[in-house]
Design a protein. Sequence first.
Length: 225
Amino acid sequence: MATLSAVLYFLSQHPYWSFPLILGLCNLPAVALYKWTGSDRWLWWCFVGWLAAFANIFVGRLANTSFLEAYGSQGSAVIVGSAPAHASFNEQPILNHTAVLKTADGRDLEIGFDTLTASLYPLGESFAVPPQGERFVVRYVPGFERNIAIVAERSAFGKRQRLAEARAALDQAAAQWALSPRNPQFVDEYRGALRSFLDRHRGDIDPALAEALERRRAALDAATR
């Protein structure tokens, strides 16, 4: 598993360096076999190599994150320092982060990652990198601990971000309803937003706020009967 983790780490962290490597691993043997045997049935590997090289650019990090979540051990980490990488992506600066990983057996190890190539779980969701000094949950494979997946959904920073996004959606629905409280569409959207927010985040907010939102939802339900 450690060897596979190392391979996936290289492919996900260095997709552009991996491009010629993947092409070479597929194309060179195919061309050599073609010249040696005279049969062109090996040349389809060249097409496979091009597909794999391009695919790795877009899904390499997702594959690595999925592997770590499925087969990795759980630990925790804290970012202890960050420095500019003198590069940017989508007009946002890329930072190199230094962190200390606490493994499942209690060891403390120094690791590093940057904001562009950090593997975040759940897949496909736009979580930010954890703030410096705050402990977060990670998955890693023993023997190659530098390859980590940051598990946002089980970390405090990820729960805060989820709560903030849900609260923003609720506030938008509330603002629409306040502007036009007799609009049936706005009433339904606000009631649905209240129900969704309370079902998912009742335990994450102040009990007094949860009670006030519950009363608001009950009032909306009563008004539409």
